[in-house]
Design a protein around this ligand. Structure first.
Ligand code: EPZ
Length: 450
């Protein structure tokens, strides 16, 4: 178990056995500051593979997935400095001598986003071997659209022993139409096309803010990209990219999670250091539920006045309601008066949090891609288990309003994408603490008596 978590968690001071103990009942009051977006930082770090010059990224969140990405890039041959102190959560990545264009199964199985090195490695080195990610808690999550796109750009793709091997003397620009909208598929192809010969048109692209942020970094590196944030992106290939410095956008899912926490606990919470424009669909839905929300340039103030109204919700690609906020919304819906029908359109198995919420007293019925939540039901503290990153967040939210104490197991899931969440919650009045089995300290073996 410990091996599986390796340096990543220990460097963060976490152990794989950590649990959260949460006592419900406190309204969240005050201000919480949001960290940089994990899902923007991961492609940005992979983009450094496209140049032999240093890339400096600021506002990097201190989460497990970033540690995993650091290990992956180092294994490929990159020099990665990663500092969270006064260094403003900054990483400097220099990919001058890439020796091993491979993302191993060991790393990919802990983080699917490792596949984001595929496009950059083929573009920069003409060769890449990436383990197929395999299944994941929330769905099959194949990468067939990434591979079809790279083939369109002229890459030769073979699959054997659970690995994808992609190679190309030099990628050639082409028109690529995604059969369905894919966030990391768009990002992978966007990065590959920057060094392709000629022009590439990507159609039916993801419009997420993280895609726009990646394009902004790539253009700072000398790429020629137009249209990021729309369904069609045009890339004129260049021969070489240079280093750059870039500040990662705030994490809209972390921000949304805290906004829901403020509403759910009937608090008065200011969520600072975020970009409210990235939260439109969520804020609109919360207002439909009767939540008072006020925004200014970089913060959202949420005032929960207790009475929540039920509202149906459907997850869609951005700018629709984000699937990464579906589990958190379900926790809120358990406290709303009436029935809320939640439809999950993006992933085929993203309701596992529902079973744990039911154990806490929620009334949720799953019917295929729909979950019918009947509120308001009072929740009682219980021992529950996290199953994936956002499901864990949903259990924390439920525990904040449950009667009594909740113990949440396997919080390593939440450590993947939320920086010091228990400290941030305690800072605005929540009763939450992390308990863990102390890692076996390396006991010095007594010197053998000579
Ligand atoms: C990104 O995953 C995010 N991860 C996910 O966040 C997020 O839930 C997801 O986008 C949807 O918004 C990162 O950005 C690192 P997709 P991604 O490709 O790119 C299917 C979190 O909690 N598909 O947009 O892997 C796929 O199965 C994580 O931070 C194919 O069929 O998601 C899914 O049903 C979880 N073939 C749908 O498309 C492909 O080649 C959307 O997936 C690719 C995707």
């Amino acid at each position: 178990m410990l091996k599986k978590f390796g340096v990543s968690s220990i460097r963060l001071g976490h152990s794989p056995m950590d649990k959260f103990v949460v006592r419900g009942g406190n309204p969240l009051l005050g201000t919480v500051r949001i960290s940089g977006a994990k899902n923007a930082a991961l492609p940005a770090m992979a983009a450094a593979l496209l140049t032999d010059e240093p890339v400096i990224l600021e506002n990097i969140p201190q989460v497990r997935d970033i540690e995993t990405e650091r290990k992956l890039l180092s294994a490929i041959g990159a020099e990665v400095e990663l500092g969270y102190g006064r260094a403003q959560h900054r990483t400097t990545i220099c990919c001058r001598d890439l020796v091993n264009p491979e993302a191993s199964y060991e790393l990919v199985k802990t983080m699917r986003a490792s596949t984001l090195v595929l496009g950059p490695l083929v573009a920069r080195m003409g060769d890449a071997r990436v383990s197929l990610p395999g299944g994941c808690a929330i769905g099959a999550r194949p990468i067939n659209l990434h591979l079809k796109g790279l083939e369109k750009l002229g890459a030769k793709i073979t699959q054997e022993h659970g690995y994808v091997h992609a190679s190309a003397k030099r990628l050639k620009g082409a028109r690529v139409v995604f059969e369905r909208i894919t966030v990391t598929g768009t990002e992978d192809l966007l990065m590959a096309a920057t060094l392709a010969e000629g022009e590439t048109i990507l159609e039916n692209c993801a419009r997420e803010p993280e895609v726009v942020d990646l394009a902004a970094l790539l253009n700072k590196m000398g790429a020629q990209i137009e249209g990021a944030g729309s369904h069609m992106i045009r890339i004129r290939g260049v021969d070489k990219l240079h280093g750059a410095r870039h500040r990662i956008i705030p994490d809209r899912v972390e921000a949304g999670t805290f906004v829901v926490a403020g509403a759910l606990t009937g608090g008065d919470l200011t969520v600072a250091n975020c970009d409210p424009r990235h939260l439109d669909a969520l804020l609109q839905k919360l207002e439909e539920c009767g939540v008072k929300v006020r925004t200014n340039g970089e913060s959202v103030r949420v005032v929960g006045n207790g009475a929540l109204k039920s509202a149906d919700m459907v997850t869609e690609e951005y700018p629709g309601f984000p699937t990464d906020m579906q589990a958190q919304y379900m926790a809120l819906a358990t406290q709303a008066d009436g029935s809320s029908v939640i439809t999950e359109n993006i992933f085929e198995n993203r309701f596992m949090h529902a079973l744990e919420l039911v154990r806490m007293g929620a009334n949720v019925k799953i019917e295929g891609s729909r979950a019918v939540v009947r509120g308001r039901t009072s929740l009682s503290g219980a021992a529950v288990q996290a199953s994936d990153l956002r499901a864990s967040a949903s259990l924390v939210l439920a525990a904040l309003v449950a009667d009594g104490e909740t113990i949440i197991d396997r919080v390593y899931h939440i450590d993947r994408g939320y920086e010091h969440i228990e400290e941030k919650l305690r800072g605005v009045g929540a009763q939450i603490r992390r308990i863990g089995e102390l890692l076996p300290r390396r006991v010095a073996t007594p010197a053998v008596a000579s």
